[in-house]
Write a new protein. Structure first.
Lengths: 472, 407
């Protein structure tokens, strides 16, 4: 007997980042999918998140169920890659693994190993409209520039004041989150650059509200907590290929070394640091605040605003942090390093904007932060790449992805305890060049909390080959 | 909107309660007035920078022991400011000049810092300027949407609730003795903020013979993910709720990893600032009303409209409603260039309900792709629809009303 449902085709429509599903033959869908589909009383039909489009269509096809696809709003393109370069073996390997994973997977390649070129190869393979999502405005411009050259066509940009959506578009995560409920039906392929940003409760909607059946996650640092890893796997796909920095060092990447430099505070600053730290730690101990607890920081802030001595304690906290991060001795050491590496391209990293601008004023060299306007940040990066500016200071915006192949020296004046941040900062100076030897300095104020922070962030394979204080 | 650190609330058991302030408290009114004096004194004080404003308001903020409260009032005022670039000085160009000079010195081996700095500062424009003076703290206040001190305190109370609703995935609103005009306005906001409602008619718990309406309001994806993605939309929508005469609101709010219940009703005394949402009437509509009154005798434009339940529980609020001398009412809904999706839904609904007293007007700007063909093939549209450019003509509408006066 013929199933009556077969005569009423299922109707699939895209609705604000979800799929509206009418006349759905539930009996033909696997349990794994049924768990993610709900009946929506508000609109009298079934609904699921848009990212389930591909498994849903495949399940309907497998079950020979008739359906009308009113959801996708894209057609194939005719794309051609304009390049004389052939992919490197590691890029070919990554591309093949991704194809084998059904074009829904994550690849982990070190910075400077050609992730953009890999993504372009994938776009070219699929010949479908593609959206590339990146974490910063600088990366937005960089990706758009590279893709425009590679495909010889105008590239859309969403974010940083631009709002032009074309067949190949690059967007920031922020703009993708804001716009996906409107554009989630327009792209067949999404590339998530630095995809370790995806699991955040806000960012993940950029993936879950798009119906793109093909997905590629790119990252240099795929290590995630279990829950975050599951989210990436669900929304993009599994990790299909991982290549480490040391596997490409000296071939695709420049040979490198990292050096920790301990800097003794000036005597007066050391005394000031000790006193402020004592005030701060006494308060923490007295109120049994543990920063290991999830809400330890909020507890500290709350007590600082309520207790009579709270304001003094908070000022002491800020002051000891400022001295450790940007004490005078450290700033003198930065000058020595700039002088010692004359003729080379140097990136200076700080933990905060205040220190970045302090150094910028002190040395009269360019500073790139999120306050820098689009036109100026573009010029700063161009002048740095071309060698007009030998030094560039940045707090966090240069941490990830931005391509500055000519940089060979990195100076970390201050940073967080994040391993990811530290590996990404190293990645900025690793792109290979003629006889290039990259070196990353890490300045640590001796006898301060920075020593502990530094030890935490160096817990990565890329640093393991170096001794405690720098030499191989 | 208040940031998380400025929202004041108390947790009692499973409930969360915003800490409202008395909007007629003389001390608070004085603080509001002092703050407004700073923001509203552009003409008296010349140009104020963001940094100067911070300095000026600091004593006012510290004049009250509750820094969260004064910080919250200040944040609401900052949201009403428009800042522009610092003084008329091309900082990026001047920076480029000095960075290029610095680059030359560094390339040529500047080892002595003092000599390097002296050489750069000599004769430079930056001898008298901070090299990064165009950072946000130096931005100039160019505009401020002022309000009365009491209005600021009322906004503050509303913002307390909004701050909590940012962490809600849905709200349940009960409206007692609903007035159609009030509801129409509420649903306009719902549509405007892209929210959905599950609507039920219920008995009014207080006045037994009266009806009340219960609405669960959330975003499209709320039933799938316990996401707070729509928290912002819900928070912005809230003033439309407290603009109602009789209302109750229930929401589950996440705070510190736990869920708390927020209960509010009209007795909270909250004042909505969305009062004037429908006060603005586009010029084209005014012209249409005037012309229609002058030229059409058989029909008049009626002020009130019952809503029509549409497809998938959508509520249709026609744009114009006409009544003839026999009491016959016909509605008109207009679709402009951004209404393709809604128009397709409406056609589907109308085809299934051919006797609806609803005319459809479609802006020609919408006729892209396959839409011309869809309209040509629609029996309903052929009988009760028409095309227009920008805004419909009176003669066209009048003719269609006469043709359809018998349905």
């Amino acid at each position: 007997m013929v199933d009556k449902m077969d005569f009423v085709p299922a109707n699939i429509a895209f609705d604000a980042g979800t799929l509206l599903l009418e006349n759905l033959p539930l009996e033909k869908l696997p349990v794994s999918l049924l768990r993610r589909i709900k009946y929506d009383e508000r609109v009298s039909c079934h609904r699921c998140m848009a990212y389930l489009y591909a498994p849903l269509i495949l399940a309907l096809r497998d079950g020979n169920a008739a359906y009308h696809d009113g959801a996708k709003n894209f057609v194939p393109l005719k794309l051609k890659l304009n390049t004389a370069f052939s992919p490197h073996p590691h890029q070919l390997q990554a591309l093949e693994r991704w194809k084998e994973a059904g074009c829904r997977a994550v690849t982990a390649l070190p910075t400077g190993s050609g992730k953009t070129f890999l993504a372009a190869q994938a776009i070219n393979y699929l010949q479908r409209p593609a959206l590339v999502i990146v974490p910063t405005i600088d990366l937005l411009q960089q990706w758009a520039g590279v893709l425009e050259k590679l495909f010889g066509r105008q590239i859309g940009m969403l974010g940083g004041g631009s709002r032009e959506i074309l067949d190949i578009t690059v967007s920031t995560y922020d703009s993708a989150v804001l716009n996906m409920e409107f554009i989630g039906d327009r792209f067949a392929f999404i590339v998530f650059d630095e995809c370790h940003h995806l699991p955040g409760t806000v960012n993940r909607t950029a993936a879950s509200m798009s119906l793109a059946p093909y997905r590629l996650g790119l990252t240099a640092t795929p290590e995630l907590e279990e829950e975050s890893g599951q989210i990436v796997s669900e929304l993009i796909g599994p990790l299909c290929c991982q290549i480490h920095i040391d596997e490409l060092e000296g071939k695709i990447l420049a040979p490198y070394e990292t050096r920790q430099l301990r800097v003794e505070l000036d005597a007066d600053e050391a005394a000031e640091y000790a006193e402020n730290r004592r005030v701060y730690l006494d308060f923490v101990k007295r109120h049994a605040i543990s920063f290991r607890d999830k809400d330890g920081w909020m507890q500290f802030l709350g007590l600082c605003s309520r207790m009579p001595d709270g304001r003094k304690v908070f000022t002491a906290f800020l002051e000891q942090k400022r001295i450790a991060r940007s004490g005078r001795a450290k700033i003198r050491r930065v000058w020595q390093l700039i002088s010692a590496h004359r003729g080379e391209r140097i990136i200076i990293f700080t933990a905060d904007n205040k220190t970045a601008y302090l150094l910028g004023r002190k040395f009269m060299v360019p500073v790139l932060t999120h306050h820098t306007k689009v036109a100026e940040r573009k010029e700063l990066l161009e002048f740095f790449r071309s060698g007009k500016y030998p030094v560039l200071i940045s707090s966090k915006v240069l941490n990830e992805g931005v391509d500055v192949p000519e940089a060979s020296v990195g100076i970390i004046v201050s940073g967080s305890g994040s391993i990811r941040e530290h590996v990404q900062r190293l990645g900025r100076i690793l792109r290979a060049g003629d006889n290039k030897q990259a070196i990353l300095y890490e300045l640590i104020s001796a006898g301060t909390s920075e020593e502990h922070i530094s030890n935490r962030r160096r817990e990565h394979r890329a640093y393991k080959k170096f001794n405690r204080f720098g030499r191989r | 909107m208040l940031t998380k650190d400025l929202v004041k609330f108390r947790k009692q058991g499973k409930y969360i309660r915003p800490q409202f302030i008395a909007v007629n408290d003389s001390v608070l009114l004085r603080i509001a007035e002092d703050l407004l004096t700073v923001y509203d004194s552009r003409e008296g004080n010349g140009v104020l920078t963001r940094g100067e404003i911070e300095e000026l308001v600091e004593p006012v903020l510290k004049s009250h022991r509750d820094l969260k409260l004064t910080g919250g009032l200040n944040k609401l005022l900052l949201d009403r400011c428009l800042f522009s670039q610092a003084e008329d000085f091309d900082y990026p160009a001047q920076r480029r000049e000095i960075f290029l000079r610095a680059a030359e010195l560094l390339k040529n081996g500047a080892e002595n810092y003092d000599g390097y700095y002296r050489e750069l500062a000599d004769g430079s424009e930056f001898a008298n300027h901070d090299i990064f003076a165009d950072l946000p703290e130096n931005e100039i206040l160019t505009g401020f949407r002022t309000l009365f001190p009491r209005g600021l305190l009322e906004r503050y109370n509303c913002a307390q609730v909004q701050g909590l609703l940012l962490n809600a995935s849905e709200i349940e609103v009960k409206v007692s003795s609903p007035d159609p005009a009030e509801l129409r306005k509420l649903f306009k906001y719902l549509k405007f903020f892209r929210l959905l409602a599950e609507i039920k008619q219920i008995k009014n718990p207080v006045e037994k013979d009266d009806v009340a309406m219960s609405m669960k309001i959330s975003g499209p994806a709320s039933i799938l993910e316990n996401s707070r993605k729509y928290g912002l939309q819900i928070a912005i929508f809230f003033p439309a709720v407290c603009a109602l005469k009789k209302w109750q609101l229930k929401a589950d709010v996440k705070s510190g990893g736990k869920i708390y219940r927020l209960n509010l009703d009209e007795s909270s005394g909250l004042v909505s600032h969305y009062r004037n949402f429908s006060a603005y009437i586009p010029e084209e509509i005014v012209m249409f009303h005037n012309l229609f009154r002058q030229k059409v005798e058989n029909w008049r434009i009626s002020g009130e409209t019952p809503f029509i339940k549409g497809l998938r529980q959508e509520i249709i609020f026609p744009d114009l409603n006409f009544r003839n001398r026999h009491g016959k009412t016909i509605h008109l809904e207009l679709f402009h260039r951004w209404h393709r999706g809604i128009l397709l839904n409406r056609l589907e609904f109308c085809e299934a309900n051919p006797d609806l007293p609803l005319l459809l007007g479609v802006d020609r700007a919408l006729l892209k792709g396959d839409l011309s063909e869809i309209l040509e093939n629609s029996a309903y549209f052929r009988k009760k629809g028409f095309l227009f450019r920008d805004f419909p003509g009176v003669a066209r509408v009048s003719k269609l009303l006469d043709e359809n006066s018998s349905f």
